[in-house]
Design a binder for this molecule. Structure first.
Ligand SMILES: [Zn+2]
Ligand SMILES: [Zn+2]
Length: 261
């Protein structure tokens, strides 16, 4: 098994060193671990992400550890880019300077609110329909930005246990068609099992539609603590197999390959 979405303390809101995450991944028998720390450039999120000046150090540290542990596990390095249209060019300018294994795209901010923070006002009250529409609009813009390999936690908008309206799923179908058109990979992210949502991102019915559209998938725990590496991967594997999948996608300097599950 692989885990292509783990954070480290470099992003200011996760715990543990890179080496501790690698140690946990080896203990769980994973064949690969990929750091996917945050690159967030909008002002509301900057404190929750790595300082852009630290990116070279982060990549260098990951490559050193990849060499150190090469006989026990493959260590990869990528970034989870917090997509906001106003900062897309600035993100490209940073990312273009480095050779990463994978670049993930995420929507964390809708209407200037951090939708993954328990402090956002939609975490305690039912969001209005416009909130879901705005999320989908941002996802649509993210797909037109050509810099990503993976779309992270596709329906994270349900994080606090709210249920998106039926038309959210219809519109999501259009999003999936565009994901296929742009030849992107969708992540199954098990962090949702520990959130009020109590379910993986995206929901199993969305994963089934992904399979029908022949969209490749990868796996990520979104670990913010070393012990969360590989979280619920057996459950995720069962969900993926039920959806029809027999392979995950791995990345090497942004080239893809298949890994049987
Ligand atoms: Zn995220
Ligand atoms: Zn993450």
């Amino acid at each position: 098994m692989i885990d292509y979405h783990v954070h480290t303390r470099l992003c200011n809101h996760a715990h543990g060193t890179m080496e501790q995450y690698i140690g946990c991944a080896i203990d769980k028998g994973l064949s690969e671990i990929c750091f996917l720390d945050h690159l967030t450039l909008n002002k509301q999120g900057r404190d929750l992400a790595m300082d852009p000046v630290a990116v070279p150090l982060y990549i260098y540290a990951a490559r050193r550890l990849a060499e150190k542990y090469k006989n026990r596990i493959e260590v990869k390095v990528g970034m989870e880019v917090d997509y906001t249209p106003a900062h897309a060019e600035e993100a490209s300018a940073i990312l273009d300077r480095f050779s990463l294994d994978v670049i993930g795209g995420s929507v964390h901010f809708v209407d200037d609110e951090n939708i993954v923070s328990s402090k956002n006002r939609n975490s305690t009250s039912s969001p209005n329909a416009g909130f879901y529409d705005h999320y989908l609009e941002l996802l649509g813009k993210l797909l037109d930005y050509s810099g990503f390999d993976v779309i992270c936690h596709l329906d994270v908008i349900k994080k606090f246990g709210n249920h998106p309206p039926a038309r959210f799923f219809d519109k999501m179908d259009e999003i999936l068609t565009r994901i296929k058109y742009h030849d992107l990979v969708v992540e199954i992210n098990t962090s949702g099992l520990s959130h009020p949502a109590g379910a993986v991102y995206p929901a199993p019915e969305i994963l089934r539609r992904c399979f029908e559209k022949k969209i490749p998938v990868t796996f990520g725990s979104d670990a913010h603590r070393p012990e969360q590496v590989g979280r619920a991967f057996q459950q995720a594997t069962a969900i993926l197999r039920n959806a029809g999948y027999r392979n995950l996608t791995g990345f090497n300097r942004r080239n893809r390959y298949e890994i049987p599950i």
